[in-house]
Design a protein around this ligand. Sequence first.
Ligand SMILES: Cc1cc2nc3c(=O)[nH]c(=O)nc-3n(C[C@H](O)[C@H](O)[C@H](O)COP(=O)(O)O)c2cc1C
Length: 367
Amino acid sequence: MTSRLFQPLTLRGLTLRNRVWLAPMCQYSSTDGMPSDWHLVHLGARAAGGFGLLLVEATAVVPEGRITPQDTGLWNDAQATAWARVVDFAHARGAAVGVQLAHAGRKASTFRPWDARHGTVPPEDGGWPTVGPSALAFEGYVEPAALTPEQLDGVVDAFAAATHRAHAAGFDVVEVHAAHGYLLHQFLSPLSNRRTDEYGGSLENRVRLLERVVVAVRAAWPERKPVMVRVSATDWADGGLTVEDVVEVTRRLAGLGVDLVDVSSGGNVAGAIPVGPGYQVPLARAVREGSGLPVSAVGLLTSAEQAEQVLVDGAADAVMIGRLALRDPMWPLRAAHELGADAGHGMPDDAEASVVWQPQYVRGAWR
Ligand SMILES: Cc1cc2nc3c(=O)[nH]c(=O)nc-3n(C[C@H](O)[C@H](O)[C@H](O)COP(=O)(O)O)c2cc1C
């Protein structure tokens, strides 16, 4: 019997070989936004490990949209060319590749997690002034400048331009990052958006920037390729976004050509997330049922049985694996073995298998 995790999933013209996907994870390993050999090795190893879709880390659409000065970008053509090498390598291992397009807003220009200093990087150390919906700082960071309507037009244009480059680089999926307290989430949440213009106040106004970005991305992206959006389905805070709000947001996105919602949570309020096994699965189910769109679930999915059950229960259509994939790049192959799913073993007729041992690694296969 084929497990649910190892059944293909078709979104528009793209068929993913399985439903075990690599969560987007910043590697803080770029200079001037250029993907490096680290990205080739990191993503290449996980393509060989059997992931059906690799989501590339938050990739900035403008330099000032980077979370850290070491983030990747797609704001120029040289970056697209460098990404093409990574994408081609993953494609040759049977994985599809998506890029998470992002603007960090008031959470930009920060130190890397492993730096000795924390918070905002000052301009003299390579940082830059940040922007946001309102002049309200995230805890421990500097106060951003409120974006003008003209600057918001520029943000929308930058997402569209980066989408064109993502196509040129050969990416299969674009994911709009509207989660984790970054710019688009900052606009959605009443905790960070205190604007009085058409981008603030009612939910209809707070969702306007995200809707404009999605429309621009969809228009810049081939019809046959899917668009995904990552949302934080709750702020986990009084007065913040609730799952009901986010269901309403995703319902609106369904009408704009979004193909799948990647359901995460939190990030707009420091330290608010109640973490535990599968802690975001109920949110994924709520968005799936409320929006009518396919969803992916993420967050402390750490065993094959648990991940399989999320799909069997109908809570999600796919799972994303984050930290577990940092300690075990071959996890999809391990999970297939544990669930008794068929894995290809490096033979020429394996092309259609939902998970495949690369020929170089067949001697190490679990059988
Ligand atoms: C090192 C690291 C970097 C991350 N970077 C991103 C990112 O660029 N974009 C994003 O949406 N989430 C990011 N996340 C969150 C993950 O995608 C994932 O949602 C989270 O780690 C929970 O899943 P897990 O329990 O399987 O790790 C990051 C997580 C880690 C550990």
